[in-house]
Structures are given as structure tokens and as C-alpha cells.
Design a protein around this ligand. Structure first.
Ligand code: C5P
Length: 225
């Protein structure tokens, strides 16, 4: 069976808090996600911190702009040495391709539909064919234009794996460990995400807000084996 890696979301507001968290996870977690909250507070120093401590960075700034601008941002991310960056697939074929065609670049992970959007919200935003079809179309657009993976709900993972014939990495947030119980209706456990074909799972609060982040991460890693 394929390998599923854990990415911990460093959703803190300061470098200090991020470093404290990384100290606790030392030796067990390799991949860290830096999103817009930490990046707008601390900038590239956050990327340096992860690299200094031997981790790999998923720079999750969810780029969405004209092709030339996104290409420039991906190029800068490449020079910081990050492992992967995210961009919104709804930015269109040209935007995706401009970044994918860069010679030296991080892995490109395309956002399909944010799981915070329901059918009604998506419709009001102008996407009129429903979540499932929109996700499929955007993933196909990403594949055609050179992304390496897509960020999607674990509930969409198995379907996308088939649709893309295994050619894209699947990166899934929205994970809640089995140990926390099943009180959230749409929660997916790490083991379920893995079984659905996820290559990476992104976990934030269940680890970073745990009383013992190391123990929470260890339990998730055990579930992924
Ligand atoms: O919910 P949790 O704290 O585990 O979320 C971890 C990270 O995943 C957050 O940084 C959030 O921005 C990201 N996320 C995402 N897409 C979603 C849900 C969460 O990128 N659909």
C-alpha cells in the first residue's frame, strides 16, 4: 500500500510558538505547513525555522492571481527551498501552466474546492454544477496543466484517485483522529484518509492544541502505519 505522510499545520501567530511546537515534535514529524497566518506575521523567517530544524515546508499561501504574478511568487518560493506550494486551480489553465513550466520549482498542489464551502455557497459564487463536479473539473484542469497534487476533502480522495489514474498526489485536510471520538459528522480519521488514497494528511488543531502534541502526533502516525 502507498505511504501516507503527516503534515502538521504550524498555525501559530508567532515564530516563538511555532518553534516551541517544533521542539515538542522533534524527531517524529518531517513535514510542516506554513499558511497565511504565520507567514503574514513572520514571513520567510518561518520557512527558515522549519529548514533549520530539518523539516520540509508546504507553503500554503493558496495563490490566485494573474499568471505572471503567481509564477513570480512560485519562483520566490522555489528560492526559499520549500517542498511544495498551493495555488487555487480556479485561477485557470494559464495561471497553473505558467507556474508548472518553471524549470526549478517546488511541487505544485492545487486547491480544488475549500471544504468550508457548501453547495449553496459555491452556487452563489457562480460555480453552478455542484461540489463533486466542480472538484473533478478543477482536478482535471490541474492535471492537464502540470500540477503534482491536489488538496481535497478526504471524502473526495478515492474518487479523485480513480479519476486522475493515480497521477496526482492527494493532500487532505479535515482530519480528526479516531481517539477523539466520532462527534463530528464529516470527520475523517487518519486511517480512513489513508484507505481513501491520501498521500499526505494535513493536521492542525488536533496536534497543535493538544495537551501533549508529541503524543497526539504519535497516535496519528501509528494510525497511518
Ligand atoms: O482543522 P485543522 O486545524 O486540522 O486544519 C489544519 C489546516 O488545514 C489549517 O491550516 C487549514 O487552513 C487547512 N485546511 C485547508 N482546507 C480545508 C480545511 C483545513 O487547507 N478544507
Amino acid at each position: 500500500m502507498h505511504k501516507t505522510e503527516l503534515i502538521v499545520a504550524l498555525d501559530t501567530h508567532t515564530l516563538k510558538a511555532a518553534e516551541r511546537l517544533m521542539e515538542k515534535l522533534e524527531g517524529s514529524v518531517r513535514y510542516f505547513k506554513i499558511g497565511s497566518v504565520l507567514f503574514t506575521a513572520e514571513g520567510p523567517a518561518a520557512v527558515d525555522l522549519v529548514h533549520r530544524r530539518g523539516g520540509k515546508v508546504f507553503l500554503d499561501l493558496k495563490f490566485h492571481d494573474i499568471p505572471n504574478t503567481v509564477k513570480g511568487a512560485v519562483k520566490n518560493a522555489a528560492s526559499m527551498g520549500v517542498y511544495s506550494v498551493s495555488l487555487h486551480l480556479s485561477g485557470g489553465a494559464e495561471m497553473i501552466k505558467a507556474s508548472a513550466d518553471l524549470e526549478k520549482r517546488p511541487k505544485l498542489w492545487g486547491i480544488t474546492v475549500l471544504t468550508s464551502l457548501d453547495e449553496h455557497n459555491l452556487f452563489r459564487a457562480g460555480f453552478r454544477c455542484g461540489i463533486a463536479k466542480t472538484v473533478s473539473r478543477l482536478a482535471a484542469l490541474g492535471l492537464e496543466n502540470g500540477v503534482d497534487g491536489v488538496v481535497c476533502s478526504p471524502l473526495e480522495a478515492a474518487r479523485l484517485k480513480k479519476l486522475c489514474d493515480g497521477k496526482l498526489s492527494l493532500v487532505t485536510p479535515g482530519i480528526r483522529p479516531a481517539a477523539l471520538g466520532d462527534d463530528q459528522k464529516r470527520a475523517v480519521t487518519p486511517a480512513q484518509a489513508r484507505a481513501a488514497g491520501a498521500n499526505f494528511i494535513v493536521v492542525g488543531r488536533p496536534i497543535i492544541e493538544a495537551e501533549e502534541p508529541a503524543a497526539a502526533a504519535a497516535a496519528i502516525l501509528k494510525e497511518l502505519k
